[in-house]
Design a protein around this ligand. Structure first.
Ligand code: ACO
Length: 325
């Protein structure tokens, strides 16, 4: 018997407002052609002024609970990956816990920017493996529009808002091999020496406000392709498999060209890659659970499929998870 944490169900929430590339042409000096060609993004969702990150997280969490067919009282932990919390404190996770009627238990936020969901999933898996929790609601939720400089065309065209969620729960039927359902391995990295490549120019203990995103896009692009390929290779080797064994690559959705370059390095056909960047833009920590939910909901990802999740973001941080759904 091997203890694994399996994904019991997924959920997602996207704000109603769609901001197209054409709309952006009226805000900054850009074009649909430039954005599409450089990033693959056509549109993104933007949360309403009175919608906070927790509101998006709660809706995604509610849907995951419904899809799992469980009662909130059966959940004993909440972990939210976010870079755009409602407030400096308390954590978004404690509001999610209270609003969804989840009983007292562990609840906290994880901050690893675009890699946040992989970090949160890995953390939840560790709690479940060590019997500190049996069922955790893991959410990636972002209101990236709140930290964008809407006069900076190099960043404001790339990001969007949204939330995705999974219910991760203990499963004791594992054989201890690759046939097991659940999180099979996780691989997390950060290189703090590269923190000035992507950051906000503010924060509670410096400027007193949250600041705006500053990104050195060309450098990030280079590292993104390298780190994603490296961590994917490490994950395959650690599990003694090849890219041909993967049913679905579910990557962080920052840029279609980065995703295509990673797939190419792996010799993985694009029809095995879940792509949502066109419609969602870069939703940071929300992008992987949003993509996962979309492919589960439309029937592409089925129980038993082998999934490779991977991400890279500010920090720089990067990571991957191999999961049998
Ligand atoms: N519209 C039109 N022109 C633009 C725009 C725009 N929105 N933005 C920049 N340009 C111009 C630039 O000014 C530049 O003009 P110049 O040559 O006259 O100086 C030209 O377009 C090319 O700019 P580059 O930055 O070199 O363009 P590039 O091909 O590198 O694409 C992009 C930029 C899309 C940002 C790309 O570098 C990228 O995707 N980088 C990685 C982003 C990423 O993965 N981030 C990580 C996760 S995010 C997180 O963790 C929060």
């Amino acid at each position: 018997m091997t203890i694994r944490s399996i994904i019991r169900a997924t959920g997602a929430y996207l704000p109603k407002k769609i901001l197209t590339n054409k709309d952006l042409e009226g805000i900054v000096d850009t074009s649909d052609e430039w954005i599409t060609q450089r990033s693959g993004i056509k549109e993104r969702r933007i949360a309403a002024d009175d919608q906070a990150t927790s509101d998006l997280a709660i809706e995604a969490g509610r849907q995951a609970i419904e899809n799992a067919g469980i009662d909130p009282s059966e959940i004993d932990g909440v972990i939210v990956a976010t870079t755009t919390p409602d407030k400096t404190f308390p954590a978004v996770a404690v509001k999610v816990q209270a609003e969804l009627g989840i009983p007292v238990g562990l609840a906290f936020d994880v901050q690893a920017v675009c890699t946040g969901f992989v970090y949160a999933l890995s953390t939840a898996d560790a709690f479940i493996q060590t019997a500190k929790a049996r069922r955790i609601l893991v959410i990636g939720a972002e209101k990236m529009s709140s930290i964008l400089n809407w006069e900076d065309r190099t960043t404001c065209v790339l990001f969007g808002d949204g939330a995705g969620a999974v219910i991760l729960e203990v499963d004791e039927n594992g054989q201890g091999d690759l046939s097991d359902r659940g999180v099979l391995s996780t691989h997390l990295y950060a290189n703090g020496a590269q923190r000035d490549l992507l950051y906000t120019d503010g924060g509670p203990s410096t400027t007193g406000d949250s600041g705006h995103i500053i990104m050195h896009g060309r450098e990030i692009f280079k590292y993104a392709v390298r780190y994603m390929a490296d961590v994917v290779k490490e994950t395959l080797e650690a599990n003694d498999i090849t890219a041909a064994d993967i049913d679905w690559l579910v990557p962080h959705q920052a840029n279609k060209r980065i995703i295509e370059a990673t797939a190419k390095k792996l010799d993985l056909p694009m029809d095995k890659v879940v792509l949502t960047v066109e419609k969602h833009g870069n939703t940071s920590a929300a992008s992987i659970p949003l993509a996962l939910h979309e492919a589960v909901a439309d029937g592409r990802i089925k129980q038993g499929d082998l999934l490779l999740l991977e991400a890279m973001g500010g920090g720089l941080t990067w990571g991957a998870a191999l999961v049998r759904f």
